[in-house]
Design a binder for this molecule. Structure first.
Ligand code: AMP
Length: 394
C-alpha cells in the first residue's frame, strides 16, 4: 500500500514524501480511511508507531476540503498530556501542513500565557493543547470551541491517569457538533473505556502491536526474599547507588507511611504520597521529586496519579499490585522518553509469586527471577525444576 492509495490530497502527498515516508505504517493504513470518512476512532497504539500522522493527515485533508463553519474559530483540537508531546505534535502538523493554508498553534502550562493568547487572537484552525492551560484560556474567554469539527485525545490513558478526567470531560461537554472524535491510547484502561463509551459513536477500533522501537525499554526483575526481609532487600537496592530517582509502590497507606518513616530513620531521603496527605504537602513532595531534591518517593497506586516525571530510573514494587493493570502503570513510570528503565518486584510469599506470574502472563512480560546471594549480590535465581526428579534408591 502507498500513501496514494489512501486518497490523500496532492499537497499532503508532497509533504509526506518530503518527510521521507515511503509507505504508510500499519496504524496509518488502518486509521486514515475511517477518519477521512468522518468516523470516530479508538486507536490502541503507542508513540513510535506513526500515530501522529495517522490522525494529522486525514484531519488536514478534511479541514481543507470542508468550508469552516465560522471564520476565525478553532476547527480541530488535539489534547495531549505533556508539553513535550504537544510540541512534537505541533512540529508534525507544521511539516505535514506546509503546503496548506491552515494555521496551528500549541498551548501548554508552566510558561507565560501572553504569546499563546497572541497566537490565538490571530485565529487558528488547529489547536494542540494540554488540558490544564486549555481550560484556563477557555475560562478567560480566549478560546471558542463552538465551531469545532474534529477532536483527538492523544495518549488518553496517560492523560486520564494523570488525573485529567474531569478536565477532559469538561472540554468534551462543551463541544456539541463535532464530526470526528479520535481517541489514541497505549492501553485501554477503565477510564479510557468510560470516555469512549460516553462520547464516541459507532467508533472504528484499531489495535497495532507496539514495534520494537516503541516498546518502553524496561528490564523487569522479581526478587524472592523471606517475608520479613523485604525492607532489607529494598534498602540494598536503594543503597547500591544505581538508581537516582525511584518510586516505591505499596498497596496500602499504612505501609507507605511506615516505609517512609523507616527509610528516613535509615538516613535515606524519602517521602510518601497517599490519600491522607494534605494537598499542599502533596504538591511540595511532587515538586521535590520532580526537581531531583527527593530521590525516593513512596506511593499508593491512586496517589501516584498525576506524577508525570520522565526520568524515573527505577520502580520498586514493595507489594505486588492487586490489579494486573496497576503493574503496567507502575512500571510505566520508568523507561519513558526513550530512556532505559528498571523495575524490581519483591516477593515475600507464595501468593505474591503466583499473582506476579499471572500479571506476567496477562501482559506478556518477561520478568527475570533474582535472589540475593550469600554476599548480598543480586543474582539470577536458579531455574525452577519443573519436574523434580523423584528420589532414587540404589
Ligand atoms: P509517532 O508514533 O507519531 O510519534 O511517530 C514516530 C516516528 O515515525 C516519527 O519520527 C515520525 O516522523 C515517523 N513516521 C511516521 N510515519 C512514518 C512513515 N509512514 N514512514 C516512516 N516514518 C514515519
Amino acid at each position: 500500500m502507498t500513501f496514494n492509495d489512501l486518497k490523500l490530497s496532492a499537497p499532503l502527498l508532497k509533504a509526506v514524501s518530503e518527510a521521507g515516508y515511503e509507505t504508510p505504517s500499519p496504524i496509518q493504513a488502518a486509521a486514515i480511511p475511517p477518519v477521512l470518512a468522518g468516523r470516530d476512532l479508538m486507536g490502541c497504539a503507542q508513540t513510535g508507531t506513526g500515530k501522529t500522522a495517522a490522525f494529522a493527515l486525514p484531519m488536514l485533508d478534511r479541514l481543507t476540503a470542508n468550508a469552516p463553519r465560522r471564520k476565525g474559530a478553532v476547527r480541530a483540537l488535539i489534547l495531549t498530556p505533556t508539553r513535550e508531546l504537544a510540541l512534537q505534535i505541533g512540529e508534525s502538523f507544521e511539516a505535514y501542513g506546509k503546503y496548506l493554508k491552515l494555521r496551528s498553534t500549541v498551548i501548554f502550562g508552566g510558561v507565560g500565557q501572553a504569546p499563546q493568547v497572541e497566537a490565538l487572537k490571530k485565529g487558528v484552525d488547529i489547536l494542540i493543547a494540554c488540558p490544564g492551560r486549555l481550560n484556563d484560556l477557555i475560562g478567560q474567554g480566549f478560546i471558542d470551541l463552538s465551531a469545532l469539527e474534529i477532536f483527538v485525545l492523544d495518549e488518553a490513558d496517560r492523560m486520564l491517569d494523570m488525573g485529567f478526567f474531569d478536565d477532559v470531560t469538561k472540554i468534551l461537554d462543551r463541544i456539541k457538533n463535532r464530526t470526528n472524535l479520535g481517541l489514541f491510547s497505549a492501553t485501554i484502561s477503565q477510564e479510557v473505556m468510560t470516555v469512549s463509551w460516553m462520547y464516541q459513536r459507532d467508533e472504528v477500533e484499531i489495535t497495532v502491536a507496539p514495534t520494537e522501537e516503541s516498546k518502553p525499554d524496561i528490564d523487569q526483575y522479581s526478587i524472592t526474599v523471606p517475608r520479613l526481609e523485604k525492607e532489607e532487600a529494598m534498602l540494598r537496592i536503594l543503597r547500591s547507588g544505581a538508581l537516582e530517582r525511584v518510586i516505591v509502590f505499596c498497596n496500602t497507606k499504612v505501609m507507605c507511611q511506615r516505609l517512609s518513616d523507616d527509610l528516613r530513620r535509615a538516613g535515606i531521603r524519602a517521602d510518601c504520597l497517599h490519600g491522607d496527605i494534605k494537598q499542599a504537602t502533596r504538591e511540595k513532595t511532587m515538586a521535590d521529586f520532580r526537581h531531583g531534591k527527593l530521590p525516593v518517593l513512596i506511593a499508593t497506586d491512586v496517589a501516584s496519579r498525576g506524577i508525570d516525571v520522565d526520568d524515573v530510573d527505577g520502580v520498586i514494587n514493595y507489594d505486588v499490585p492487586e490489579e494486573n493493570e496497576y503493574y503496567i502503570h507502575r512500571i510505566g513510570r520508568t523507561g519513558r522518553a526513550r530512556k532505559k528503565g528498571i523495575s524490581f518486584t519483591l516477593l515475600g510469599s507464595f501468593p505474591e509469586k503466583a499473582k506476579l506470574d499471572e500479571i506476567a502472563k496477562f501482559a506478556g512480560f518477561h520478568i527475570v527471577p533474582m535472589i540475593f546471594d550469600e554476599y548480598g549480590c543480586l543474582v539470577p535465581a536458579p531455574a525452577e525444576e519443573k519436574h523434580p526428579t523423584s528420589r532414587r534408591r540404589f
